[in-house]
Design a protein around this ligand. Structure first.
Ligand code: G3D
Ligand code: MG
Length: 178
């Protein structure tokens, strides 16, 4: 029996859906009524028999909440993180341009070997038949950082579990290589 305990961060610009992704993954629901998150908060999720029979992953998932502007608070938030979801909003591409800054914060405060997943959220708002040229930029960005890019919807639940589980696998690999 193997137990993995991971501290996972959800970071990115305001209103991209960080709190909604957290609730979708942990409680499998979506509400338009989450309050603007004040202060950092976390929820726990236990995944049994994953990634293989006999192992369990416990994720303590931290939501950076409304602190985006208060950089000074970030250091304790980032401390001891095992991985992160860096989220932008597919319906507002300028949020993608802020991702670089979030990644440097992650590397600076949590360590530059911390794995992350790049998440384009609100996939339900874009027409999948439309070719987004920016989608390629997101893929290139992720590839350059040796990670993956995934498009989710906290509203419909699409790919939300995949995003967290794929990150879990990167975190497990990262323990083994350290
Ligand atoms: P944040 O925690 O990153 O600041 P929130 O973002 O989770 O608070 O979400 C911001 C707004 O986007 C909320 O709408 C929320 O309902 C909406 N949202 C989050 N994820 C999705 C999604 O996947 N699809 C769609 N269509 N909307 C989403 P309001 O209206 O409450 O501001
Ligand atoms: Mg929030």
């Amino acid at each position: 029996m193997t137990l993995y305990v991971f501290k996972v961060l959800i970071i990115g610009p305001g209103a991209v859906g960080k709190t909604s992704l957290l609730h979708r993954f942990v409680e499998d629901n979506f509400s338009f009524r989450y309050k603007l998150t004040i202060g950092a908060d976390f929820l726990s999720k236990v995944i049994q028999e994953y990634p293989k029979p006999g192992s369990t992953i416990k994720m303590q998932i931290w939501d950076i909440g409304g602190q985006e502007r208060y950089k000074f608070l970030r250091s304790s938030f980032f401390d001891g993180a095992n991985g992160a979801l860096i989220v932008f909003d597919l319906s507002r591409w300028r949020t993608f341009e802020e991702i670089d800054e979030w990644l440097s914060d992650l590397y600076e405060y949590a360590g530059d070997d911390v794995p992350f997943a790049l998440i384009g959220n609100k996939a339900d708002l874009i027409n999948s038949k439309n070719e987004l040229y920016e989608r390629e930029s997101a893929q290139v960005f992720a590839k350059k950082e040796n990670t993956f890019y995934i498009e989710t919807s906290a509203k419909t639940g699409e790919k939300v579990e995949d995003a967290f589980l794929n990150l879990a696998e990167l975190m497990i690999k990262n323990i083994r290589s350290n």
